[in-house]
Design a protein around this ligand. Structure first.
Ligand SMILES: Nc1ncnc2c1ncn2[C@@H]1O[C@H](COP(=O)(O)OP(=O)(O)OP(=O)(O)O)[C@@H](O)[C@H]1O
Ligand SMILES: [Mg+2]
Length: 454
């Protein structure tokens, strides 16, 4: 049953509204703003009927508050006066409609029914939007693995707040991409996103770069210059490679995070900042703190919401989707015949460790397209050498073998097993090994493995 909340100081009016509506709706009646807000906070309300004139807090001021906290809940104003002014004011402040006392029962029923309908429709649309965004967290961000999805979900949750976020992950795992996601999914999305590469500037220029400088602050300062904090305004300020920041700059940044204000170099005026801070690092910042290279107080300020991006080798199941995504993306801007990646090549890519993570994957796909633009299919043959090896053996040193011997032994075992399983059919064995028959033959010759394994 839909729920109507009545806020009216006049007993007679509360009672008649209850009679009019209690057959069709659940009706809560309250006699002042405070009680009304309490009901709204505790229960789902579909429509509010709100009296304009009340002794303590009047309906118009309550309307503003309800509209702000529950923008989707329609408020129908009730008034004894027939003057136009409060009507206009209320509609401007977001009232859904207006009825006057004494009530025209048919009219008020019609208005409330329409308002309820609008709420229902509105909730449906909002749910639907939630559904869509759960399925496709963000355009152009690929990855269905549990660990990556969790990171993206955390980023989306963080986007709804103003909390400082620290994104950690190896090089090329998508830290900047996620920082931009946090910005574009936040209410600051139409404000600037400003990035600062903390390692890129010498210490002497960093302060002016971050905070700007006044005219005459130092030689060459012929005009006032805006800093990154100014430029970010109400938007997002992204500190990339934050571990590279010098100790001196760390102190200055810490102060801004604590006070939310700064001064330009050479200036005396205190400027407030409302920028949201996101930082990223590919180092273990905790370790940097332990080694005395990063201030622990700044670390805690930055890592209010930590987000870890897993390396690609920990989420190999994302490799195919990413590879296809980059294949299509690169193809779009090039004149190439390449359309797909065959199974063996994809397997080899899934087995590879990707030290450079997603960026390396993207670069390899692009390189393959450039160098093999006439091939319709990306096959194992055209993948670089490092993809033609099986998974790395984890041989203990205690075997007493040299590296070369250990590798050969492991490789021999590996190939023999595959041949056995393939009942000696080399093409099948090569497939099992994720290599080509040509390369398998070459290895077998080198290791003197006879082709009649059984
Ligand atoms: N999940 C993903 N889906 C699609 N593209 C991705 C994804 N992750 C990363 N990329 C792409 O990979 C490249 C590297 O990502 P990004 O620059 O965000 O990484 P990074 O962690 O900031 O790297 P670095 O530490 O080297 O600065 C970019 O081209 C980015 O668009
Ligand atoms: Mg980066």
């Amino acid at each position: 049953m839909k729920h109507i909340l009545v806020v009216d100081d006049e007993l007679g009016s509360r009672e008649s509204l209850k009679v009019i509506f209690s057959e069709t709706y659940a009706v809560s009646v309250t006699e002042n703003a405070e009680e009304g807000l309490l009901v709204l906070a505790q229960q789902r309300v579909d429509v509010v009927l709100l009296d304009v004139m009340m002794p303590e807090r009047d309906g118009l001021s309550l309307l503003k508050e309800i509209h702000e906290i529950y923008p989707d809940t329609p408020v129908v104003m009730i008034s004894a006066t027939t003057s136009v002014r409060p009507v206009v004011e209320a509609i401007q402040d977001g009232a859904y409609d207006f009825v006057s006392k004494p009530f025209d029962v048919a009219e008020i029923r019609r208005i409330v029914a329409r308002a309820v309908e609008r709420t229902v429709l509105h909730r449906k649309v909002t749910n639907l939007e939630g559904e869509v965004s759960r399925q496709f967290p963000v355009d152009g961000i690929i990855g269905g693995s549990q660990s990556f999805k969790k990171s993206v979900e955390d980023a989306v949750k963080a986007a709804a707040t103003d909390s400082t976020v620290l994104i950690c992950g190896e090089s090329g795992t998508g830290k900047e991409l996620v920082a931009r996601l946090i910005h574009s999914a936040s209410r600051r999305k139409d404000e600037p996103f400003v990035a600062v590469h903390c390692g890129a500037l010498p210490e002497s220029l960093m302060e002016a770069e971050l905070f700007g400088h006044e005219k005459g602050a130092f030689t060459n300062a012929t005009a006032q210059k805006m800093g990154r904090f100014d430029l970010a305004g109400n938007g997002t300020l992204f500190f990339d490679e934050v571990s590279e920041m010098s100790m001196a700059t760390q102190v200055k940044l810490l102060r801004v995070l604590q006070e939310r204000e700064f001064m330009r170099v050479g200036g005396t005026r205190v400027i407030r900042t409302n920028a949201r801070i996101v930082a990223a690092t590919n180092k273990d910042l905790r370790e940097e703190v332990l080694d005395g290279r990063f201030r622990d107080d700044l670390f805690y300020r930055l890592s209010v919401v930590p987000i870890r991006l897993p390396p690609l080798r920990e989420r190999r199941e994302d490799v195919p989707a990413l590879a296809i995504h980059f294949l299509n993306e690169c193809r779009a801007g090039m004149d190439v015949a390449t359309e797909e990646i065959d199974g063996a090549a994809m397997n080899a890519m899934c087995r590879y460790d990707w030290p450079g993570n997603v960026r390396e994957l993207r670069n390899i796909i692009e390189r393959l397209l450039v160098l093999n633009s006439r091939e319709r299919v990306i096959s194992l043959d055209i993948l670089p050498e490092e993809f033609h090896q099986g998974p790395r053996p984890s041989y203990a040193l205690s075997t007493g073998l040299t590296l070369h011997e250990a590798v050969s032994t492991y490789e021999r075992e590996f190939i023999e097993q595959a041949l056995k399983q393939a009942q000696g059919v080399q093409t099948t064995a090569a497939e099992l090994l994720g290599t080509t028959r040509r390369i398998l033959r070459y290895r077998m010759e080198k290791l003197e493995i006879s082709s009649s394994v059984n």
